[in-house]
Design a protein around this ligand. Structure first.
Ligand code: GDP
Length: 295
């Protein structure tokens, strides 16, 4: 049966009642339990290794607080370290002082990019912001149709590229139009592929260079766990990202992707997707993910 981390550590420390300090051998036993919990949460191995080293350093020799059992004390240290890694604040989108704010969405096909465009646009429309959506996946007519349908349902304008087939030109023209129309924000829905490839990265990089977006948001499927972190790293290295949207958090993802992506890219997770419906988007609260990982 699955035990959460607090229960695991309680079991390890039951025998320690009455001791004053966390001893090296006791800490190592606890670290083994923490390692299992992090693996179950699908955190990537290099991240786990660094993390355990930090926790070890912080734990050994530490006085056990009177109010806590040794097990609880370890949980508190782990909790504080996880929050330290993930940051302890919500990271909002940075809107430009000079509209339109240009947001560029990047990520693999199926990660939830187009759905997230719809969710963000819906949110901002509700706040009275005037948004333009831009379908830039010229390779998949279905993707363009999907965004047009979203726009119709939400009553939000979608850029019409006409016969233009070059994604860089489409994005440039759309941003120019948004400037003319005094839009508050433009969201560029760039192409995804099933895998990372050079052509995709090159295209995304060229769009970024040309339109100079205020925010590049990487959209990741949390169900991919640690693999999502490798993909994030590729986008970070090839294009540069400013923040992350982690989708499908309503599935059985245990939160490992959040920790691995933050650790690997250093960029904040800004929103999480919690369902297929367009209102299923929440700002990312690091403390909630920490409790999800700790169980
Ligand atoms: P794209 O190829 O990256 O544009 O991905 P889509 O936006 O088309 O999404 C792929 C699938 O994931 C669709 O079936 C979406 O309904 C679904 N999806 C997107 N975000 C979420 C989410 O937060 N939770 C769940 N359960 N499904 C999602």
């Amino acid at each position: 049966m699955f035990q959460n981390l607090s229960e695991r550590l309680e079991a390890v420390y039951k025998k320690l009642k009455g001791r004053g300090k966390l001893k090296e051998s006791d800490v190592d036993e606890a670290l083994r339990e923490i390692r299992v919990a992090l693996i179950e949460a699908d955190v990537s191995l290099p991240v786990i290794k660094d993390f355990l080293a930090q926790v070890r350093e912080k734990s050994i020799g530490q006085e056990i607080l009177k109010s806590l059992t040794p097990g609880h004390q370890m949980v508190k240290i782990v909790n504080d370290e996880l929050e330290g890694l993930l940051g302890d604040e919500v990271s909002p989108i940075r809107f430009s002082d000079q509209p339109p704010t240009v947001i560029m969405m990047v990520g693999l096909q199926g990660s939830g990019k187009t759905t997230t465009v719809g969710k963000l646009a819906r949110l901002w429309k509700k706040e009275g912001k005037n948004v333009l959506l831009v379908p830039a996946d010229v390779y998949r007519p279905a993707a363009i149709e999907q965004l047009n349908t979203l726009g119709r349902d939400l009553e939000i304008d979608v850029f019409d590229a006409g016969d233009e087939k070059d994604p860089v030109a489409i994005c440039t023209q759309a941003v120019q139009q948004a400037k003319k129309e005094l839009r508050y924000a433009v969201i560029l829905d760039t192409a995804g592929r099933q895998q990372i490839d050079e052509a995709l990265m090159d295209e995304v990089r060229r769009i970024k260079e040309k339109v100079e977006p205020h925010e590049v948001l990487f959209v990741a499927d949390s169900m991919m766990g640690q693999q999502a972190a490798d993909i994030a790293k590729s986008f970070q290295d090839a294009v540069g990202i400013d923040g992350v949207v982690l989708t499908k958090m309503d599935g059985d993802a245990r939160g490992g992707a959040a920790l691995s992506i933050k650790n690997v890219t250093g960029k904040p997770i800004k929103y999480i997707g919690t369902g297929e419906k367009l209102d299923a988007l929440e700002p990312f609260h690091p403390d909630r993910i920490v409790s999800r990982i700790l169980g």
